[in-house]
Design a protein around this ligand. Structure first.
Ligand SMILES: *Cc1c(COP(=O)(O)O)cnc(C)c1O
Length: 230
């Protein structure tokens, strides 16, 4: 057993609890997604043995090599940008896709999911801060993507995802996260749907994200250590 990972998982889980309580929330409403990108299946299995069941990867290639050799009851999430020629693999391998950012992608996922008899859960990725080099839909595009998703019978849209820019002031991060929450609230009203999940918060900013309503924190470094490459 890898004590290092065990201790890190305990620490992250206790931080989530602490941050949740500080914000008057229950830690039960927040899922820890262990982001295992670049780490081996052996290391993922160590985290699994500590009770962790939700894992996130950002590349299809890594899902392809890891999913078949790891336990069946792992819930896999694709969190990285999805190219249209990789949709079939994504639908086969991941239960959740966090990075849906166009109508085209929604329709393609739906069609392929139908062909494969799958029902993936999707989150719409929003580029809240409007940074140019980032993936994610603008707030303006979100309505169209949600409308398309709601028409699809093979996918279930469960919420929104965002990445806050690195190296920005804590208050601006909070603003990014609270904007995502407000956008979610207004979409729920406008379309009379439930969009329960807010996938936001990483190692460097999950305290702010939990304070602002995150339901899925995506944590890599704080669990597995610093990545040697990405
Ligand atoms: C790598 C990654 C994370 C985790 O980042 P850490 O800083 O290591 O916690 C979260 N979300 C996405 C989309 C990622 O690519």
């Amino acid at each position: 057993m890898n004590n290092h990972i065990k201790n890190n998982l305990e620490k992250v889980n206790s931080n989530i609890k602490k941050y949740a309580e500080k914000a008057g929330r229950s830690a039960k409403d927040i899922s820890l997604l262990a982001v295992s990108k670049t780490y081996s299946s052996e290391i993922i299995l160590d985290a699994y043995k500590c009770g962790q069941r939700k894992f996130g990867e950002n590349k299809i290639q890594e899902l392809e090599s890891k999913v078949p050799v790891l336990p069946d009851d792992i819930e896999w999430h694709l969190i990285g940008h999805l190219q249209s020629n990789k949709v079939a693999k994504a639908v086969e391998l991941a239960e959740y896709i966090h990075s849906v950012d166009s109508v085209k992608l929604v329709n393609r996922i739906n069609r392929i999911a139908g062909e494969k008899g799958k029902n993936p859960k999707i989150l719409i990725e929003i580029n809240v801060s409007g940074e140019e080099n980032k993936f994610g839909a603008s707030e303006d595009e979100t309505d169209k993507i949600l409308e398309a998703s709601l028409k699809c019978e093979n996918i279930k849209v469960v919420g929104l995802m965002t990445m806050a820019p690195f190296n920005i002031d804590e208050n601006i991060k909070k603003l990014v996260f609270s904007s995502l929450r407000k956008l979610r609230d207004s979409l729920e009203k406008k379309y009379n749907v439930k969009l329960h999940e807010l996938s936001m918060g990483m190692t460097s900013d999950y305290e702010a994200a939990v304070q602002e309503g995150s339901t899925i924190v995506r944590i890599g470094t704080a669990i597995f250590g610093k990545r040697s490459y990405d």
